[in-house]
Design a protein around this ligand. Structure first.
Ligand SMILES: NC(=O)c1ccc[n+]([C@@H]2O[C@H](COP(=O)([O-])OP(=O)(O)OC[C@H]3O[C@@H](n4cnc5c(N)ncnc54)[C@H](OP(=O)(O)O)[C@@H]3O)[C@@H](O)[C@H]2O)c1
Length: 368
């Protein structure tokens, strides 16, 4: 074990993360396993689990202007994003892989095509932690739809890109990088693509990838008040915000108008062996995979992606649900994540930041 790993293992933050995150995972797993039994045994105390949602395949009518639904997957060059892109291409989607590295994008497209030569996949450069890049992505996407003579709409947006940053870094927009990548960027992109999603002649969908770690976050956030960069707490908080955002968007789009074309789901893949912990010392990463593997809590990306694909393909009535555990299953997220007032406050604050960033980019481009 190297010096960095040893230092980290001596910190309170490491043990807090190890214990809290494992407990959050165990809680979700027990919920899935025990609820059917408990609701049977004590029907007055426990409600039965909701019935699972089955996956539906896209089948356009004769007159439908969309022949192949368009799906945008952010962070599609690795782990869950790549697995989701591959699975959705196999489901008949025209998948747009959106990520920041052109080399990694070409490699991911090549790999998917090698696996399935008939897959419809395109690469788009997008840095979700940059408003400028998001606005450029929107322009490129609209241009591509026009050039390809496709209907000017998007049917599915998977907000998957995410990082677990070990140290504090500030983006060009002036935000903490982990917060902008995991939450704010997804909020900005969704709002910018919303007109294309609403323009869909068939039901469209937003899937936000969140995490069991949201259970460790509290509503009174003081994650930046400490001198140290509390990376685990900031990650939890970013995933908690993603969840509040999902429920608020669901309320605005779907709950208020069930005839709405856009539905919104949250998906939690559980613990998956991907590159998410790339900034942590390799020996600690190995140790985490070993311990969670031993506890049967570790999954491959192909299995972990199940809840994301369930959320993408479930019927629109599942809008506002939290998909976990694959097989179409949904569970309850943390009680505080259903706080509608808190979600609204976060929405208003994030929306203000969106407008500020947008106008700054527009003013800068006028100066160029
Ligand atoms: N793995 C788990 O156990 C787990 C559990 C719960 C939730 N999740 C969530 O699942 C999502 C996918 O993570 P993963 O586990 O598959 O990790 P991963 O293998 O590290 O993949 C993350 C993807 O996001 C991309 N990305 C990072 N920053 C970006 C940016 N600024 N702009 C555009 N793309 C960016 C990465 O691209 P680069 O290669 O260019 O960095 C990569 O393609 C994340 O939101 C994560 O929080 C993961």
């Amino acid at each position: 074990m190297d010096w960095e790993a040893a230092k980290m293992m001596c910190s309170l933050q490491f043990w807090r993360m190890a214990v809290y995150w494992t407990l959050a995972l165990v809680y979700s797993r027990l919920y899935l396993l025990l609820l059917p039994y408990l609701s049977n045994r004590f029907p007055s105390l426990f409600r039965p689990p909701p019935p699972p949602f089955s996956r539906r395949r896209f089948s356009p009518g004769h007159q439908c202007p969309v022949r192949r639904p368009i799906c945008v997957v952010t962070g599609a060059t690795s782990g869950l994003g790549k697995a989701a892109a591959r699975a959705l291409a196999a489901e008949g989607y025209h998948v747009l892989l959106a990520s920041r590295s052109p080399q990694a994008l070409n490699k991911a497209v090549w790999e998917i095509k090698k696996h399935d030569p008939n897959a419809y996949v395109e690469a788009f450069q997008l840095d979700i932690s940059s408003m400028h890049s998001i606005m450029k992505f929107e322009c490129n996407l609209k241009q591509w739809l026009q050039d390809a003579n496709l209907h000017p709409s998007v049917q599915l947006l998977i907000n998957n890109a995410g990082i677990l940053a070990k140290s504090s870094r500030v983006t060009a927009d002036g935000f903490d990088e982990m917060i902008e990548t995991n939450y704010l960027g997804a909020f900005f992109l969704t709002n910018i693509l919303l007109p294309l999603l609403k323009n869909s002649p068939v039901p469209s969908r937003i899937v936000n990838v969140t995490s069991f770690t949201h259970r460790c976050a509290r509503e009174n956030f003081h994650v930046f008040s400490s001198k140290k960069y509390c990376f685990a707490q900031i990650y939890e908080y970013s995933k908690f915000c993603t969840l509040l955002f999902s429920y608020e968007l669901h309320r605005q789009l779907y709950a208020m108008d069930s005839a709405s074309v856009v539905s919104v789901m949250a998906a939690d893949p559980g613990f998956v062996e991907t590159n998410i912990m790339r900034e942590l010392p390799p020996s600690l990463r190995k140790l985490a995979f070993m311990v969670l593997g031993f506890l049967h809590l570790l999954q491959s990306p192909e299995i972990g992606v199940g809840s994301i694909i369930d959320a993408a393909l479930a019927s629109p009535e599942a809008s506002g649900k939290y998909f976990y555990g694959a097989k179409g299953r949904t569970i309850k997220s943390s009680p505080v994540s259903y706080d509608a007032k808190l979600s609204k406050e976060l929405w208003l604050c994030s929306y203000e930041l969106l407008q500020e960033c947008k106008s700054r980019i527009v003013n800068l481009s006028k100066l160029d």
